[in-house]
Design a binder for this molecule. Structure first.
Ligand code: UD1
Ligand code: UDP
Length: 373
């Protein structure tokens, strides 16, 4: 059995690492294909190193571009590798352009696709990620929704065969790395931060960063925070702020540390020790609840509603008043803080990677890992 993994961005490397490990543990050598959607050292290579992944077999160097340029070029390059290598299955994870490209290129070569983190829906079709998720799910043969809620989304769209609820591999990644992060990372000392006394911020999503108006709303929130904050800034946001002439304004905010993106161990340590997290990231909404840190999401919807239902996450959008109300409530109401910080993790037990490898190996053994006619 030879599984191919197609990935290209920071979260895909992190969330696929437990699955790659699980195959290797079972004596299976995976084929690793990196599209190069993310290419800066701190957006890609740092994770390959820290997570001790094997050598990448193919670096496709697709890079940045418009939606169609990036997806199209990735499809062409992935297709060539899959035609040469003929893997038994192609694994993709999540909702990026790399995922859509990998899924389409593979299924059209009649190589079955397995979608890790299937079934997530924001129901907002203006997000590129939502289109990628829906199409990748419908191109996939085997689907691994992380939760029952995600499984039900698939069912509503008529996808009921070869669907396995596994938990989210982010739990595996956090459990596999959190302790090492506590021991090895000196991130708090480097930035002179004290546990529980700072807010961790990230924002990179297209809907928040592509318009000046929304960037200005984000800046208003950052300017009004009542405690120290640190913002490891995604290159997309940095580039947009530069284009709009707003980077200096953000960098000049007192009490806000703006830094380049951080490696996984540093970032996990920052998350775990934060007073609260404000983010528009999908993976960070998940990690916050796993690590028992209150999360305020800088979006108006989420494809991770389980976090909100569990009580660990609140959608505040880009509304300064709403965001500040919640931060102040967390600061002044100990019971409210305790409740948010103790919301139960809805994403499983940290064995998702093992389950995914087991299921795919079994399907392969039974000759059932193929594109249905
Ligand atoms: C992509 C995903 C998003 C995911 C995010 C993870 C899509 C449509 N979006 O968004 O779902 O949450 O990755 O971080 O696939 N850039 C660099 N260096 C890099 C990578 C990007 O400077 O290594 C800059 C470029 O200016 C580029 C911009 O960031 O144009 C956006 O990169 P892109 O890969 O298109 O989308 P992300 O915003 O990273
Ligand atoms: N992350 C990191 N360093 C950072 C910011 C994020 O290691 O500076 C990790 C974070 O712990 C999470 C993942 O990157 O596992 C989230 O990636 P991102 O927010 O880019 O993408 P999304 O999850 O929104 O698709």
């Amino acid at each position: 059995m030879r599984p191919a993994f197609v990935f290209g961005t920071r979260p895909e490397i992190i969330k696929l690492s437990p699955v790659i490990r699980a195959f290797i543990k079972r004596g299976v050598e995976p084929l690793l294909i990196h599209t190069g959607q993310h290419y800066d050292y701190e957006m890609s290579a740092v994770f390959l190193e820290e997570l001790e992944l094997p050598e990448i077999d193919y670096h496709l160097e697709v890079g940045s571009g418009t939606q169609a340029e990036q997806t199209g070029l990735a499809m062409m390059k992935i297709e060539k590798v899959l035609m040469d290598e003929k893997p038994d299955v192609t694994l993709v994870q999540g909702d990026t352009n790399t995922v859509l490209a990998g899924a389409l290129a593979s299924v059209k070569l009649k190589i079955p696709v397995a979608h890790v983190e299937a079934g997530l829906r924001s129901f907002d079709r203006t997000m590129p990620e939502e289109i990628n998720r829906v199409l990748a799910d419908h191109a996939s043969e085997v689907l691994f929704p992380p939760t029952e809620e995600a499984r039900r989304n698939l069912e509503r769209e008529g996808i009921t065969e070869n669907v396995y609820v596994t938990g989210n591999t982010i739990v595996d990644a956090v459990l596999q790395n959190a302790e090492m992060a506590e021991k090895k990372s000196d991130v708090l000392e480097r930035f002179s931060l004290k546990p529980g006394e700072y807010i961790l911020i990230t924002a990179h999503r297209a809907e928040n960063t592509d318009s000046r108006e929304n960037l200005e709303k984000l800046i208003e929130i950052l300017e009004s925070l009542p405690m120290r904050a640190i913002y490891p800034m995604h290159p997309r946001t940095k580039n947009r702020l530069k284009e709009f002439g707003l980077l200096g304004k953000v960098e000049g905010i007192e009490n806000l540390i703006v830094t380049k993106p951080l490696g996984y161990l540093d970032f996990l340590k920052l998350e775990r020790n934060a007073f609260a997290i404000m983010t528009d990231s999908g993976g960070i909404q998940e990690e916050a609840i796993i690590l028992n840190v209150p999360c305020l999401t800088l979006r108006y919807n989420t494809e991770r509603p389980e976090t909100v239902e569990a009580g660990g996450n609140v959608l505040v959008g880009l509304e300064k008043e709403r965001a500040l109300n919640y931060i102040n409530k967390l600061l002044n109401d100990a019971e409210f803080y305790r409740k948010m910080a103790s919301a139960p993790n809805p994403f499983g037990d940290g064995k998702a990677g093992e389950r995914i490898a087991e299921i795919l190996l079994k399907l392969h053994e039974r000759g059932e890992l193929k594109v249905r006619s």
